[in-house]
Ligand binder design. Sequence first.
Ligand SMILES: Cc1ncc(COP(=O)(O)O)c(C=O)c1O
Length: 324
Amino acid sequence: MRAAIASAEVDDDVLGKDPTVDRLERRVAELLGKEAALFFPSGTQANQTGILLHTEPGTEAICEAEAHVFHYEFADAAWLAGVQLVPVPSERGRLRPDDVRAAIRPGDRHHSRTTLICVEQTHGASGGSVVPLKTLAAVRGVADDHGLPIHMDGARIWHAAVVLDQPLSGVAEVADTVMASLSKGLGCPAGSMLAGPADLIERAWTIRKRLGGGMRQVGILAAAGLHALEHHLPRLAEDHARARRLFEACREIDGLSPVEPDTNTLRIDVTRENLPAAEIERRLHERDVWILALGPDWLRAVTHRDVDDAGIERAIDALRAAMT
Ligand SMILES: Cc1ncc(COP(=O)(O)O)c(C=O)c1O
């Protein structure tokens, strides 16, 4: 990837002339089965552009209650788009169609109007869970009944396609616009894509510029993205298998209760009293194993291409030692 970055052919992407960005945008649009795609510096900016595209100030967007757009984007939908997010609770990101239907408001003398439904695939907060296609198809049905668009936060859509054994386009089909990150499991230093209909992506270009996301010779990052799609995408299943190995081992460690992973993200609940997750994180760091305490009593471990089988065994040893 470093070599691809170094040898990337570049030009000014603010003028729309960078050939490597152009190649990446076409490739991602093709993979996701959309007319067009646009490169963004971050997933947050691409998600928020998606929200801005579909909504207008003073309206509402429905999302899952643990969604990244709701919890981890600094109330951007309100701050940037003037949109009120309506969080709908679910089991592991699997929105129930009836709950979504109940949250939709047509706009009347008392209520604001729903203008968008956001879904997340995979669902990050529950540990990278894959949302079944039929669940999302049912949500699409509700959206269609009300003439509403769907934006998918597909930061980790790549993993869902592997687990579901579907083409990416099949996973993305349910949504009008899709955000997909290059900088997570695919291992790029930065970059996320927003894909959708050509007219919306044309408008997204203006929004990105307004948000300060226009970048000049950014083909260096696009080259990383193209490299990742060719070389890293096909190997994601290895990371999933290693997360499972870690899960199996954690089940045997007293004081840990791991949640069975669908993909490369493992949620580990800590069941021992008086041992905060942050202390376990600290003990692992001392052994040069990186894990994140995301709450007082749970940790998140993510497997990726820089962690091989030996690395997983070392992490398991470190966890055992930390819990002893
Ligand atoms: C599900 C999900 N959506 C969006 C984002 C935002 O991506 P970024 O960190 O590139 O802004 C993240 C980041 O972790 C994420 O996990």
